[in-house]
Each structure stands twice: as C-alpha cells, then as structure tokens.
Design a protein around this ligand. Structure first.
Ligand SMILES: [Zn+2]
Ligand SMILES: [Zn+2]
Length: 379
C-alpha cells in the first residue's frame, strides 16, 4: 500500500532521497521538528545537524543536541536544502535496518512533477511538449503509486531512474512549474482507470506494440505511426534535426560489431551469421539467434539485444554481413512503446497542443482530472 495521502485536497507523496548516518539541513527560516503527526512543533535554528544513534534498543537521532526516537518529521516555511539541492514540502526521517536513516521528501504531487520534467524531456522543449510530459509523468507516477514498487520500503517512490529522477527545486524552472500547474491533476485514463503511460526518446517512425516488446495486451499501447495524414504522413521524429540537438544520433545511427567479439561475448566461438526470429511492428528485434563456430545463442528481449550490440540505442536495426564484422544500421532510441519524445517536441513546434500529442501515442485514452487515488485502479 502507498503512503501517499491527501492534505488539504493536495496529493502528497513520499519520495526517498538517500540513506545516511548523519546529515545537515539548511533553510532560510526556522525548522520545526515533529515527533508524531499531531505533536507540537518545536522551533529550531535554520541549520539542523542530525546524527543517527542506536539508544536503549531503539533507533533515534540527535538533532542539534536533542535526542529523538525515529520517525521524525521536519518542516520549514522555506525550502529545505539537503546536499546542495532544495526541496519543497517536509522531510521524514525513518530508521533503516542497516543502522542508518532513510531520508524521505514528502512533497505535493505537482511540485514533484515540476521537478521530474527536466530530467525526462529537458527544459529546452517547447511548452506544449513540456505539458504533454507533465501529464505522462503524472500518469506514470500514479500508476507507480498503485503498483507500489517500493512496498514495505516506507516510501512511495525513489529519486532514481528506477522510478523517476527527482532533485527537488534545483532542476525545475518557471516553465516546468507552469507546465505542471496548468495540467494540474490531469492523468491519462482508459475505462476510468489510470494507464501505464510509458515513453521513450525516439520511436524511429512508428511506436512498438507493448505485446511485442514486453508481452501482455494493452489497448492504448499499440503500434501507431508517429505521423498524421494531414502532415503528409512524415514521421514527426524524422524532423527532429531542426529542433532537437541530440536528434542526429537518435533517429538514425549505425555501428559495427566484430564477429570475433560477438562470438566471444556469447561464448560460441566466432559468430558466423544472425537469424532474426521476431521483429515487432516498429521494426525492433525482440528475438534473434546468433550462429557461431562453436554453438548457437538465442537473445531475447530488446534490452539484451541492445546490450550485446554495443549498448545500441534501440533494437530497431538491420544487419549486413561485411566479412569480419556486421554492419548495423539502426533507427530510434529506446524501447519504442508509448510516447515518442522527439515526436512530441516536433509536434509542439508545429503547433499541436499537449492533448493532441498525447492522444496520438496513447490510442483511445482520455485526459481526466476527476479521480482519487483510492478508487482509480490500473488499466
Ligand atoms: Zn524506485
Ligand atoms: Zn517518433
């Protein structure tokens, strides 16, 4: 079960930041340290020096010289600074079995979304693309809360790529904050349930059906062309060169893989040839067989295939035998399922709104802000 809850109608989520034995917090205003949710706040100075100590069978911390049993909650009227990053919301310190403190930022959903957008799509993306990313990231967050990947950890989400990268206020800009607030509470739903709004950097022309990529059928994660007939059917991400710095290496790329090296990695002697067993509708390879002088090896899943082929940007590639090596010619960046981020950026430049953008990639989905966490469920 998630620990997220509503405070004054705002959804507040618990994001894990780090595990430490000691920490220092700064704020431009007084701190308040609360021992239980409803105890009186104790004002402190604007620097808190906190140190873990196990005391008489229980875990606690010294806070500016006073000892408190864990958990404690720390608040301030101004953002709280921790290890060079500033955070809105409160800090919760809970004890860890490893004999240290888990630091958790309890933050309002929209503050969190404004903080993750820059890491997911970059602050230079046009405004409607930032808004599309805000809705996708919020949908992804709600889906994760219900799915609770961190069940039993004492928090809802971590601040790493495992969930979504989050560094508080430090990375957000006025524009990313506005993108979160203007789409406040909006998520993508199908049958009144939250969808799994996944995204990737560049589809390479069309998106992948989730069934081909990871198995399981989802009506909203099917193969769609990253284009519209009234834009002459040209893939949006193919136009990325005009707008996205990193485009050149994302839409089309190539690499070489020596047969010697491939065979050695797979322990099959020297690789002789490759047989494609399964390709998804986007063109991504999901299963292949490598035939070697000393055996064969079947690679399954786009991630494994990418890893073996020099961490290729995607498994959407063709292979040409060049004698001593295979010449790999590829398209796209990432798994290809759901929203194509370069496609979203190009559409925003062409004048499409964030809902047009999202609904191109998530077939049959709707945008809703009329939901509550306890009732929504997963589609
Ligand atoms: Zn996580
Ligand atoms: Zn695309």
């Amino acid at each position: 079960m998630y620990s997220a809850n509503y405070v004054d109608q705002h959804l507040v989520i618990d994001v894990y930041l780090e595990e430490v034995k000691a920490l220092v917090l700064h704020s431009d205003n007084d701190f308040y340290v609360s021992l239980k949710a409803d105890t009186t706040f104790i004002p402190f100075s604007n620097v808190l020096k906190i140190k873990y100590e196990h005391n008489k069978m229980r875990n606690g911390v010294w806070v500016n010289g006073n000892y408190h049993y864990l958990p404690i909650t720390i608040a301030s009227d101004k953002p709280i600074e921790f290890e060079g990053n500033r955070y809105n919301g409160m800090f919760k310190l809970i004890s860890s079995q490893k004999g240290s403190i888990k630091i958790i930022n309890s933050v309002e959903l929209e503050d969190y979304i404004a903080g993750v957008i820059p890491f997911e799509i970059g602050i230079e993306a046009p405004y409607e693309a930032l808004k599309a990313q805000a809705v996708a990231a919020r949908t992804h967050t709600i889906h994760q809360l219900i799915n609770s990947k961190h069940k039993g950890d004492g928090y809802d989400l971590c601040n790493k790529t495992h969930c979504q990268v989050y560094k508080g206020l430090s990375s957000q800009t006025e524009k990313t904050y506005r993108a979160a607030i203007e789409t406040s509470n909006q998520i993508l739903i199908v049958n009144n349930k939250v969808i799994n709004a996944v995204y990737h950097s560049c589809c390479g022309g069309s998106t992948e059906d989730v069934r081909d990529a990871w198995g399981g059928r989802r009506s909203y994660l099917t193969h769609v062309n990253d284009s519209r007939a009234n834009d002459n059917g040209v893939p949006y991400c193919s136009l990325g060169g005009k707008y996205v710095k990193w485009y050149q290496s994302a839409y089309q790329w190539s690499l070489r893989k020596s047969k010697e090296e491939l065979g050695k990695t797979l322990k099959i002697g020297k690789a002789l040839s490759i047989e494609i067993i399964k390709r998804g509708k986007s063109g991504r390879i999901h299963r292949m067989k490598v035939i070697g002088t000393n055996g064969n090896k079947t690679l399954s899943g786009e991630l494994e295939i990418r890893r073996i082929f020099n961490n290729a940007k995607s498994s959407n590639f063709t292979i040409t035998d060049k004698g001593s090596y295979f010449s790999i010619s590829g398209k796209g960046f990432g798994h290809g399922v759901g929203m194509c981020q370069i496609g979203a950026i190009v559409q925003a430049h062409l004048g499409y709104s964030y809902d047009d953008i999202l609904l191109l990639y998530f077939t049959g989905a709707e945008i809703s802000s009329d939901w509550i966490l306890d009732d929504i469920g997963i589609e």
